[in-house]
Structures are given as C-alpha cells and as structure tokens.
Design a protein around this ligand. Structure first.
Ligand SMILES: Nc1ncnc2c1ncn2[C@@H]1O[C@H](COP(=O)(O)OP(=O)(O)O)[C@@H](O)[C@H]1O
Ligand SMILES: [Mg+2]
Length: 331
C-alpha cells in the first residue's frame, strides 16, 4: 500500500499564489503556512478563491505565479509525489453511484494499491468510522446528502494520506449530518492527519480549526487562531430581551458587570446588548442574577459574530451573496 513519508513540521506551504481565469482574478496573492497535525480553516464567501487554492495544492491546476509545497514536495516539480500524500474531497471525487458503499471503498482501496483482502478490510474499517455500516450494501445512488459526503470522505482516506483537503465538506448538509461530519474530522486530526478545510461558515471554522485564514477576492485578509480573529470583530455579544421595559435598568446593571465594553440598551426592543470577553461564563452569571432578581426574559443568549460581521470588520464591505448551497445536495 502507498503510505507517504511524513516530511518536516509544516504540512502545506504556499507562497504568492496567483491565478486568473480569463478576466477573473481568482487568486491575487495567497500565501499559507499550515503546521502539521491541525485543522486549518480557509474561510471565505462564494467566489473568494477557496477551491482554486485547494485545486492548486492538489495539483489539479497550476498557478500562474507562486509556489507551493505539500508534505515537503513541490506541486510543480513533482505533482505525482504530492498526489500520493493527499486526500481530496469535494466536487471532484469519483464515487460511483451504481456501486454500493462497500464496493466503492474496495474499488478505491484497489486503486490505492491494496490487494483485495486488505482493500476489503480497509473498506469495513472506513464504513465503521463513517457510520455507514448499515448502508454498506446499498447502492450509493440512494444515499442521503450526508451519507454521500461521508462516503466521499471515506474514499479519499483509503490510502491514509497524511494531508487531507476538504473543500466545503458540509455545505448544503442538514445540521445533524454536519455534526456527524465535524466529529469525523476531529477524529481524523486526533489521529495525526493534517486537514485543510474550506468553509463559508465561521461557526464551522471556529469549531474545528486551530488556525484560520480569511480569504476574500483571492487575497488572504487575516490569519490567526479563531480567538484572535473573533477578537478583531469584537468577540461575542451577550443579549437579553426583557418582557417588562421597567426591568431594563436593572438588567443593564447586571450586564454591565460582565461587559468588556459599552452596554447598549434598545428601549423599543426591550433589549440590552454588550460585548462579553468570556461569553459562556458571562452568560451563566447574567442568567443567574436575572433569575435571582425574578426578572422575566423573552430572550437571553450569546450572539456570536457571523461571517458577514467578520468580513465587515476585516474588509469594510459585506461578504457578497454566499449561497449556502452550491451543490444542490440535501439529505
Ligand atoms: N475554471 C474556471 N473558469 C473561470 N472562472 C473560474 C474557474 N474557477 C474559478 N473561477 C472563478 O474564480 C473565482 C474564485 O473561484 P473559487 O476558487 O471556486 O471560489 P470559492 O471556492 O471560494 O467559492 C470565482 O470568481 C470563480 O467564478
Ligand atoms: Mg469552492
């Protein structure tokens, strides 16, 4: 079986990538350093350049300028070597929908150089890992969107690649399938795989990634840990809506005790809002004080910055029309 050696502390390094399609500048200047063993989130709206970046790193297309190394191997000098150490999922994986889940995985194992018994064993392992054992002998055409994504991901893992590219693995999935997928990705990384995950969802990058690069119009506009990025947007906000406007003043005091910045009171909405540094703990404290004061609330919670707010804060313009589903899959 093919198992590529692991080279160096950096899994992926891209420098000054540019790519133009006709008159469209897909990548203006993308540089990334992805340390080994983490989930690296590439976050941006539709058309930002995420897939183009992944396709260059996966050697499916060549950059106009710039260089990239994956697992220490140059994508231009040795594309075959790069392909041996990566897994790729997204629009390009070739699951055969007239085969069963198990047959597909055995086929991919054979393609990866396994003998049939080893390919069967690996298929069963992957079916189990991806929660597909019950559906293993069904034709994959009938799978739900979530099951197809998991089969697609399983197929990309038959050769145990040290570096995995996941291009919007949860776009268009229902919340439950998304949670399952998140669990699978976390398991992969705890086993030592490096994952480059593209996403339009801040929440997803926040949940899974140890580092995030925000990409917009083919440019990396911010890079850091999720906490660093959210801090630049002002972090989480605590929001309380009261039933009786007479309680606003008291709630304002309670919220002020945990707020990291100015407290806003929206009298018409009977709402108090403030940035909170330690969101969950602040929320717990505010909830307890409000309960103790016997104040009835209509709404009490944390408002996390959305991708739109991140973009607005980082670029000064809103993210353009993310569709949320560009693959028409649902389950
Ligand atoms: N093969 C292509 N031909 C023409 N334009 C393309 C092609 N691939 C991507 N683009 C354009 O490049 C830009 C970046 O696309 P892409 O990397 O797919 O963005 P994302 O994956 O972030 O949605 C978009 O404007 C897209 O329309
Ligand atoms: Mg894309």
């Amino acid at each position: 079986m093919i198992s590529a050696p692991v080279v160096g502390p950096v899994a992926v390094e891209a420098m000054g990538l540019t790519k133009t399609f006709g008159t469209t500048v897909a990548l203006a200047d993308v540089s990334l350093v992805i340390p080994r063993g983490i989930v690296f989130g590439l976050l941006g709206p539709n058309g930002a350049g995420k897939s183009t970046t992944v396709r260059i790193l996966a050697t499916l297309i060549r950059p106009d300028e710039g260089t990239a190394r994956v697992n220490g191997i140059d994508v231009l000098d040795d594309p075959g070597g790069v392909r041996q150490c990566i897994g790729l999922t997204g629009q390009y994986a070739a699951v055969d929908e007239y085969l069963t889940g198990r047959e597909n995985l055995i086929m991919f194992g054979r393609l990866a150089g396994l003998r049939t018994p080893a390919a069967r064993a690996r298929a069963d392992e992957l079916l189990e890992l991806f929660d597909l054992t019950d559906a293993a002998n069904r034709i994959s055409k009938g799978y739900s969107g979530g099951m197809r994504r998991r089969l697609d991901l399983a197929a990309s893992l038959t050769a145990r690649p040290p570096v995995l590219f996941l291009d919007e693995p949860t776009t268009g999935l229902d919340p439950r399938s998304r949670l399952t997928m998140w669990g699978v990705i976390q398991d992969l990384v705890s086993d030592g795989t490096t994952v480059l995950l593209t996403t339009q969802y801040l929440e997803e990058a926040d949940r899974l990634a140890q580092r995030i690069a925000v990409i917009d119009h083919g440019l990396v506009i911010a890079e850091g840990t999720p906490a660093e990025l959210k801090a630049r947007v002002g972090g989480e906000a605590l929001e309380v809506a009261v039933v009786d406007p007479a309680d606003l003043a008291r709630v304002r005091e309670i919220v002020a005790a945990v707020a990291s910045e100015e407290v806003f009171v929206e009298a018409e909405g009977r709402r108090v809002r403030a940035a909170a540094a330690d969101g969950a703990r602040s929320l717990a404290q505010v909830a307890e004080e409000i309960a103790r004061a016997g104040i009835a609330t209509e709404d009490l919670g944390l408002h996390r910055p959305t991708l739109d707010e991140v973009f607005l804060a980082l670029t000064g313009h809103p993210a353009e029309s993310p569709t949320g589903d560009d693959e028409g899959q649902a389950s």
